[in-house]
Design a protein around this ligand. Structure first.
Ligand SMILES: Cc1ncc(COP(=O)(O)O)c(C=O)c1O
Length: 469
């Protein structure tokens, strides 16, 4: 195996940071100005997590390309961390959203006829009969957990260790030995001690899951069907079926969050496996990048909700803009015109090429890394094998980067280098991990561009010179 020293990583990182600053004078200037009126210099603090010390400012975004204010064009493999899965300014989405805004406004607190087709399509794809439309996946997960607690009369939520489901207090923690602790940076949690709301087990561990479910205290198991926020962690054979069976056996609800794993195909990861949860959540991409999320319920929960509605609504659920007609129009266009069998087939074929190209680079440069793929999502990480659980992934990363997870957070110099190296050469990856999404208009040339940059970086990191193509 090639030995890549942290010293080498840091030397390259420094050089790339200097290049980034030099190449982006206008973005840097805008960032300095924005700092005067925005906390952390951006409208939303997540926009600050890109490497390079400041984000690029966008001038134009179309399809899978972004142009910044300094005139650089990028192949966008981040796609808004899945929010842009339909491609930026996708003409079908633009047309649908524009038509709605022009003729019926943005929000009237009244439904439009279009919600009928959307409801029918959601049931067809995801097999749950009734739905609510919300503004974000975080919202949908938060409200789903409230409903689950009340429906079951139970207190606790069970999530997978090192998971991420958005700004949902109950899931923003991880396990350290037997202790549950909040993620570093977690702001003002409802409970100081996460074990008052939450239990966590490792993904792919059915026996630990059963031990927790046996207590009879778990209202809901919330999980992605494959973990995506600590690299890709796939379910082992029989695992998801086991989760479904056990949750039924112990009368806990199963919430499947397909906000990222919808990249698997038109019916998501679980749809393709014919596993139907009690509650289904997806957001980000679902209205073609316009803010929107879907929350689906089983017939039992629906029946209870219908009876449960007191006065005019359920308090603590949704908001004035939730379910607005533009989001509904966006969802219809995204599902009918973009996220269909045909587009997915094309995106997945290119993603397979990307995956095998990265695997070749890893092999040729003898890197201690692995690459994984779900549908049109490809990601490589810095351990020889894919971990089986979130806990394993988290601590592998900390070890690789030689960081103290509590003091320094979850990402380290190797991630920073990969991101800035690619950005300096015209490719944007998701800032948090090495995730690349293949969007609907990406081409084979785009894939090869990314692969050639990764190969150049591998050469520099290892000192080897092999041709992978
Ligand atoms: C699996 C999963 N669910 C939910 C969310 C929350 O999405 P949002 O931030 O759009 O609310 C995320 C965000 O990354 C996610 O990865």
């Amino acid at each position: 195996m090639s030995k890549i020293t942290l010293e080498r990583v840091k030397t390259l990182l420094k050089r790339e940071e200097q290049r980034y600053t030099k190449d982006h004078p206008k973005s840097k200037q805008l960032y300095e100005k924005a700092k005067k009126n925005y906390v952390s210099g951006v409208p939303m603090s997540w926009m600050r997590i890109w490497s390079g010390g400041f984000p690029i400012f966008v001038e134009k975004a179309a399809g899978v390309y972004i142009t910044d204010v300094d005139g650089h064009e990028y192949l966008d493999l981040c796609l808004g961390d899945t929010g842009g899965l339909c491609g930026h300014a996708n003409p079908h989405i633009v047309e649908a959203v524009h038509e709605q805004m022009l003729n019926r406004g943005t929000t009237t607190m009244l439904p439009t006829a279009e919600c009928i087709q959307v409801g029918q399509e959601l049931e067809r794809r995801f097999k749950l009969p009734s739905w609510q439309i919300l503004m974000s996946a975080s919202d949908a997960n938060r409200f789903a957990l409230k409903a689950a607690r009340e429906f079951t009369g139970r207190r606790l939520v069970l999530a997978m260790n090192a998971t991420y489901h958005g700004s949902v207090d109950e899931t923003l923690c991880f396990k350290l030995g037997d202790m549950l602790i909040h993620y570093p940076g977690m702001m003002g949690p409802i409970m100081k001690d996460p074990s008052e709301t939450t239990r966590m087990v490792e993904f792919n561990d059915l026996s630990a899951l059963e031990d927790e479910l046996k207590t009879g205290e778990i209202a809901c198991v919330i999980t992605e069907p494959a973990m995506t926020n600590v690299g890709i962690i796939k379910p082992e054979a029989g695992y998801l079926e086991g989760v479904r069976e056990l949750t039924k056996k112990y009368s806990s609800l199963l919430l499947i969050d397909e906000t990222h794993t919808m990249c698997a195909g038109p019916r998501g990861f679980t749809g393709a496996m014919d596993i139907t949860p009690d509650i289904f959540v997806a957001g980000k991409f679902i209205a073609g990048g316009y803010p929107g999320a879907i929350l689906g319920f089983s017939s039992e929960i629906t029946e209870w909700l219908e009876k449960r509605i007191a006065w005019h609504n359920f308090f603590g659920f949704g908001g004035t803009l939730s379910g607005n007609a533009v989001a509904v129009a966006g969802i219809r266009a995204a599902l009918e015109k973009v996220l269909n069998e045909e587009t997915f087939a094309q995106m997945i074929e290119l993603a397979q090429k990307m995956e095998s190209g990265i695997a070749k680079i890893i092999k040729n440069y003898q890197l201690d890394w692995y690459v994984s793929r779900i549908g049109c999502r490809v990601e490589f990480r810095f351990t020889p094998q894919a971990p089986k659980s979130g806990g394993e992934a988290l601590f592998n990363d900390a070890e690789y980067n030689e960081v103290d997870i509590i003091e320094e957070g979850l990402t380290g110099p190797i991630e920073a280098l990969v991101h800035i190296y690619c950005a300096n050469r015209g490719v944007l990856l998701t800032p948090i991990h090495e995730m690349a999404l293949v969007g609907p208009t990406a081409t084979e040339d785009d894939i090869y561009k990314y692969l050639s940059i990764l190969e150049e970086m591998a050469k520099e990191l290892t000192g080897k010179n092999v041709r992978s193509r």
